[in-house]
Design a protein around this ligand. Structure first.
Ligand SMILES: C[S@@+](CC[C@H](N)C(=O)[O-])C[C@H]1O[C@@H](n2cnc3c(N)ncnc32)[C@H](O)[C@@H]1O
Length: 435
């Protein structure tokens, strides 16, 4: 399977895995097909087998350091793939193998799991990785070395008083994303209570081999990510997507509340839940204006107030409107507007960029008047072309006409003004409403 587009895990087929990995097979046979996830040897063997069979990676971690479960780590990386693939200047929603991306793994741990999964799955990517713990840092470097990934990674051992996004120390100006699994707990008691399942309906599925300095920090996951938010308010667009995982939904909600309060309007919320295992939350936020699609940014397992504004608007065509007539109407309507517009008749999909509300009556009247003043059609084409060539994009959108469902689907691809986006959708929809 192509790792670049490998989907997230839904479950793990242990039996099939045992057939492909001898060391894991021994454990599988010993437990007669019933794995004991409270046994560190079992979880370690499972992690190593999955990394080897599914990703061609080797792993060595000291016994007193966190041995990460692969499915939830991969599902986070896969969500990052989707987030980046959906937000780019070409407005394509597909993986671009030539796109050079640079990420930062904050607190990479002894496994360097996120750095390894990112580098292995996306050959054009490079990664920076930090950690404060000497033992974990050295182990991370060893894992990258034995997997021949070290030349595409920049490792930095930091101290806690340094920034969590230490661009200056890394010697880079810009990053495409950060990825982070913060220490979840505020203190030892918080950690012990969580490990025995206090306050939850069931005990955690798997044993945790993490040492205290990996699992505990001031303020827990909320404290750690609050620091990243504060740094992001200064670094702003130097990083396109700031992201983090959370162990508690309440922490994810608090961070969303904080970024909203700070005026960040572009964010995304994901969740990770492999085969009914321990649930995790992911929050990403951006000061840039590329908008991810609803399927990435709006998981439906959290109250609406924590979700970003929808980036998709769809409506069904009235029964009396012929589907080809609808395509024609959309194409012609867009062509008359003062926008950059590209229509693919084969897929009945168009992508447009506008500098502002160029569909308002006043703007259109003025635009048409200017066009009339130009004597020839060549002069009009030249004027149209030059004025949209170097415009500042306030809204980018995609419109598709879906034949089978008879729907018009509009996606918000770029722009920071919600009102402009809503106004645009309203304008398109109105052209199909009865007079
Ligand atoms: C929960 S572990 C995650 C390890 C690994 N990323 C994973 O997902 O398995 C948190 C990591 O953050 C590191 N850490 C704690 N404080 C840090 C800081 N101020 N800067 C960078 N890393 C830090 C810890 O040493 C630990 O390795």
């Amino acid at each position: 399977m192509d790792l670049a587009t490998k989907p997230p895990y839904e479950t793990v087929d242990f039996k099939a895995l045992a057939q492909q990995d001898e060391a894991f097979n021994i454990i599988w046979q010993r437990h007669s097909g019933k794995l004991d996830f409270q046994d560190p040897n079992t979880t370690k063997s499972l992690t190593k087998a999955l990394l080897k069979v599914d990703f061609g990676l080797q792993l060595e971690v000291p016994d007193d350091r966190l041995c990460p479960p692969v499915p939830n780590r991969w599902n986070y990386v896969s969500w990052i793939h989707a987030l980046l693939d959906a937000t780019n200047p070409s407005y394509s929603s597909h993986y671009d193998p030539g796109r050079q991306v640079i990420g930062l793994d904050i607190g990479t741990g002894a496994s360097a799991i996120y750095t390894m999964l990112c580098l292995k799955s996306r050959p054009a990517w490079t990664m920076c990785a930090t950690d404060v713990d000497k033992k974990s840092f050295e182990s991370a470097a060893r894992n990258l070395t034995i997997n021949n990934l070290i030349t595409r990674a920049k490792l930095l051992q930091t101290i806690d008083s340094q920034p969590l996004v230490p661009l200056q120390y890394l010697g880079v100006n810009k990053l495409d994303f950060t990825i982070c699994n913060p220490p979840f707990f505020a203190d030892q008691t918080d950690m012990q209570q969580s490990l025995i399942g206090k306050g939850k309906s069931a005990k955690p599925n798997a044993v945790c081999t993490g040492s205290e300095n990996e699992m505990v920090c001031r303020g827990g996951d909320l404290g750690f990510v609050t620091r990243i938010v504060e740094e992001s308010l200064v670094l702003r667009e130097s990083i396109t997507w700031y992201t983090s995982m959370f162990g508690k939904m309440s922490s994810a909600k608090s961070i969303i509340g904080l970024i909203k309060e700070k005026g960040v309007a572009n964010w995304a919320v994901g969740s990770i839940d492999v085969g009914g295992g321990t649930k995790r939350w992911i929050v990403a936020w951006s000061f840039a204006d590329y908008r991810p699609c609803n399927s990435i940014a709006r998981i439906e397992k959290i109250a609406n107030e924590y979700l970003p504004f929808p980036t998709e608007y769809r409506f069904t065509l009235p029964a009396n409107i012929d589907i080809n007539a609808a395509k024609y109407t959309i194409e012609q309507q867009a062509r008359r507007l003062h926008i950059r517009w590209n229509w693919d008749s084969q897929s009945a999909t168009g992508v447009g960029e506008a500098s502002g509300n160029v569909w308002s009556r006043a703007y259109r009247r003025e635009h048409e008047r200017r066009m009339r003043e130009l004597a020839t059609s060549e002069a009009r084409d030249a004027e149209m072309h030059s004025s949209v060539e170097d415009m500042k994009v306030a809204l980018a959108f995609r419109i598709a006409v879906a034949e089978i469902t008879r729907e018009v689907v509009i996606e918000w691809l770029r722009g920071s003004e919600q009102v402009l986006w809503e106004s645009f959708c309203g304008m398109v929809h109105r052209s199909f409403k009865k007079p």
